[in-house]
Design a binder for this molecule. Structure first.
Ligand SMILES: Cc1cc2nc3c(=O)[nH]c(=O)nc-3n(C[C@H](O)[C@H](O)[C@H](O)COP(=O)(O)OP(=O)(O)OC[C@H]3O[C@@H](n4cnc5c(N)ncnc54)[C@H](O)[C@@H]3O)c2cc1C
Length: 549
C-alpha cells in the first residue's frame, strides 16, 4: 500500500453506505479510489459503538426490507462479489412491527394480502375505503417497481403509460389519498404508523414514497446478523482489496474546483489529494455551500441548495439491561408506541420547535433480532434502543451554531436537561410495555440531533437528508451528477432517497454516472464486478468493527 499517494482516479468524501457503495463499485471497476471519513470509524449512520465490552449499539440499521433471495440489498452486494457473506435474519413475518395505540394494537404482517386482511379485521366498518386505499398503494408500489426495473429512460416512459396509478397518485399526498377513501383517524394513523422511517406526517408524504416504503417491508423485514457494521466492514474490505483506500479521521475542508472542473480535495490539515472525480457523500448543504463554495456554482444552484428543507431528526436512547428479554415471550418485532392518533400534531410540534407532548416511541431489541451474536449483548443481557422524532432547532437544545461549526455543548445545563428529560420519558414509556425494565438498566445513554451533527456533520442532525415531501421528491432531488465537471453526489439527499437501501442504490447510481454504464441493469443480469478471491477471510471470528478503522 502506498500511503504517500496523493493522486487518485476518484475520491469519495464520507463513508456512509452511499459513499462506500459508490467507492466499492468504482474500485471494482478499476478506478484507484480513496475514501476520506472524518469520524474515527467508517460507516456514517451505519456505524456501531461499543460499551462496557458488553453491548454494541447500532446507530442507523434497525431493520431493512426486501432482503430475501433477489432482494435489493443482496443484489447490490452480489455485484461486488459479496454474495452469501452477510446473513439477513428475518423478523416475525406475522408481525415485524407492532403498533400500540391507546386503544388498539396492530401487528404488521409480511405480504400485501395479509396486510390488507388485517386492516379490514381491525376496522371492519371502513372496509370499502380500506380496499380502495390499499389497492392504490399496492398499484403504485407495483408500478414503481416496474419503472425502476426498466433498463432505459425510453422504457421508463413507456412503463409510466402502463402504470397510470403512479402518475395519478404518486406525487399526491397520503392525506389526499385518505380523503379520497374517506378514512377516519384511526386507520389513517395505522397505515402511516411507520412514518418515523421518513419523518413526515401524511399531509407531507408522497403516496409513492409511502407505497415504496410499505412494499419494502411487506417483502419481509430483516436485520443483518452481527449488526449494521457488518455491511460497512464488507464494503470497506471490497474497496481495500481492489486497490482503494479507506482512511478515517480525515476531514475534507474544501473541494478544489478550477474552471468548472473538480481537481481534488483539501483536507482540514491542509494536505491535498488530486482526482478528476470527487463523490460527496457528505451533507448536501455543506458540500455546496462550505466545501465547494458559492463562487463555483450558479446562483440558481446556490438558491436551490439553500432552500431545501432537511428531514426531521431523531432522538435515540441506548439501553443495556441485565435481564435477558430473549427468555421472555417477546416476539421478534419492533414496537411503535403512540400516545395519540394525531400524527399531524406530533410533527407540527417538531416543525415549530416544541417537543411533542404526545410521544411516539420506536422500540427495537437488537438482542432479540439477532439472538446469537455475542457482540450485541452477552447471554443474560439485553440490548434495546428507543427512538422518537424531535425538533432540530438549536435553541431548544441551548445551542447557537452547532458542533459542526465548533460549538461546545456537552456541559451546557440546558442541553443536559432537555436530553435527560427526554431520555427518562422514553424509558418510562418502554417500562410501561416491559414492566420492570427500568430496574435493570446497567447502561444508558442518549443521542440527540446535536450528537448526530457532531458525528456525521449533517445539517439539522438528520440522517434522512433533505425531506422527501412532494416538492423535494424524485426528480426534484439532486441527481448524482452536478453542474461541476467531475463532482458527483451519493447518499440520502439524492434521488434514491435515504435508508440503507435508498443510499446503497444511490451508490450504484453514482458509480454508474461516473463510469458511464448502467451498473444496476448489469448487476441484475448477473454480472459480478468484485473479485471474491481478492477479499480477505471473514470467518466467524471476523470483527467488522475492527475492519472499519
Ligand atoms: C437513529 C437512526 C435509525 C435509523 N434506522 C434505519 C433503519 O432501521 N433502516 C434503514 O434503512 N435506515 C435507517 N436509518 C437511516 C439510514 O441509516 C441513513 O439514511 C443512511 O445510513 C444514510 O447514509 P448516507 O450514505 O446518506 O451517509 P451518512 O450515513 O450520512 O454518512 C455520511 C458520512 O460522511 C462523513 N462526512 C461528512 N462530512 C465530511 C467531511 N467534510 N469530510 C469527511 N467525511 C465527512 C460523515 O462523517 C459520515 O460518515 C436510521 C438512521 C438513524 C440515525
Amino acid at each position: 500500500m502506498n500511503t504517500a499517494r496523493t493522486d487518485w482516479d476518484a475520491i469519495v468524501i464520507g463513508s456512509g453506505l452511499g459513499g462506500l457503495t459508490a467507492a466499492a463499485y468504482l474500485a471494482t471497476n478499476g478506478l484507484r479510489t480513496l475514501v476520506l471519513e472524518q469520524h474515527f470509524i467508517a460507516g456514517g449512520n451505519c456505524h456501531v459503538f461499543r460499551r462496557k465490552r458488553l453491548y454494541e449499539f447500532d446507530v442507523g440499521v434497525h431493520y431493512v426490507g426486501d432482503c430475501g433471495p433477489g432482494g435489493m440489498i443482496p443484489t447490490v452486494l452480489r455485484g461486488l462479489g459479496l454474495e452469501g457473506k452477510i446473513e439477513f435474519l428475518e423478523m416475525d413475518p406475522d408481525g415485524f412491527d407492532t403498533m400500540i395505540f391507546p386503544d388498539l394494537t396492530f401487528r404488521v404482517p409480511k405480504g400485501w394480502d395479509r396486510y390488507r386482511e388485517r386492516l379490514v379485521e381491525a376496522f371492519p366498518d371502513e372496509e370499502t375505503g380500506l380496499h380502495r386505499c390499499v389497492d392504490i398503494l399496492e398499484e403504485v408500489a407495483q408500478g414503481s417497481r416496474e419503472m425502476t426495473r426498466a433498463p432505459t429512460p425510453e422504457d421508463i416512459a413507456a412503463m409510466s403509460q402502463r402504470a397510470p396509478t403512479v402518475l395519478q397518485w404518486g406525487f399526491r399526498t397520503l392525506a389526499q389519498l385518505y380523503d379520497e377513501c374517506s378514512l377516519t383517524s384511526r386507520p389513517r394513523a395505522v397505515i402511516a404508523g411507520e412514518c418515523g422511517t421518513y419523518a413526515m406526517p401524511p399531509s407531507r408524504t408522497p403516496v409513492l414514497l409511502h407505497a415504496i416504503l410499505l412494499d419494502h417491508y411487506l417483502r419481509g423485514a430483516y436485520y443483518p446478523r452481527g449488526g449494521g457494521q457488518v455491511l460497512v466492514g464488507h464494503l470497506v474490505n471490497v474497496v481495500r482489496s481492489h486497490g482503494g483506500e479507506v482512511r478515517t479521521r480525515q476531514r475534507v475542508r474544501r473541494i478544489v474546483v478550477d474552471e468548472g472542473k473538480v481537481r481534488g480535495v483539501e483536507m482540514a490539515s491542509g494536505e491535498l489529494h488530486e482526482a478528476p472525480v470527487v463523490v460527496s457523500n457528505a451533507d448536501l448543504k455543506r458540500t455546496f455551500l462550505d466545501m465547494v463554495g458559492e463562487e463555483h456554482i450558479s446562483a440558481a444552484t446556490a438558491e436551490r441548495v439553500k432552500s431545501f428543507r432537511m428531514a426531521l431528526p431523531l432522538f435515540c436512547v441506548y439501553l443495556g439491561l441485565d435481564i435477558d428479554l430473549r427468555e421472555r415471550d417477546i416476539p421478534n418485532t419492533n414496537f411503535l408506541l403512540f400516545d395519540s392518533y394525531d400524527l399531524e400534531g406530533m410533527h407540527e410540534d417538531c416543525y415549530e420547535g416544541r417537543l411533542p407532548p404526545n410521544l411516539s416511541v420506536f422500540m427495537t431489541i437488537a438482542s432479540i433480532k439477532d439472538p446469537h451474536s455475542r457482540n450485541i449483548a452477552p447471554k443474560g443481557h439485553t440490548n434495546l434502543q428507543l427512538m422518537t422524532l424531535v425538533p432540530p432547532h438549536y435553541r431548544l437544545w441551548g445551542l447557537e451554531e452547532g458542533p459542526a461549526r465548533g460549538e461546545k455543548y456537552r456541559r451546557s445545563p440546558q442541553y443536559q436537561a432537555v436530553k435527560e428529560q427526554l431520555m427518562e420519558a422514553l424509558i418510562a414509556r418502554a417500562n410501561e410495555l416491559v414492566p420492570g425494565l427500568a430496574d435493570h438498566i446497567v447502561w444508558k445513554e442518549a443521542a440527540s440531533p446535536i450528537t448526530q451533527e457532531r458525528y456525521t456533520l449533517s445539517t439539522g442532525g438528520t440522517s434522512y437528508g433533505i425531506e422527501m415531501a412532494p416538492d423535494q421528491f424524485g426528480p426534484s432531488r439532486p441527481a448524482a451528477r452536478t453542474e461541476i465537471d467531475g463532482l458527483y453526489l451519493a447518499g440520502a439527499s439524492t434521488q434514491s432517497g435515504h435508508g440503507v437501501t435508498g443510499v446503497m442504490i444511490s451508490g450504484v447510481v453514482t458509480a454508474s454516472a461516473v463510469l458511464g454504464t448502467n451498473l444496476m441493469k448489469r448487476i441484475r443480469e448477473g454480472e459480478v464486478f468484485g473479485r471474491p478471491e481478492l477479499l480477505p477471510e471473514t470467518g466467524p471470528d471476523w470483527d467488522s468493527w475492527r475492519a472499519s478503522f
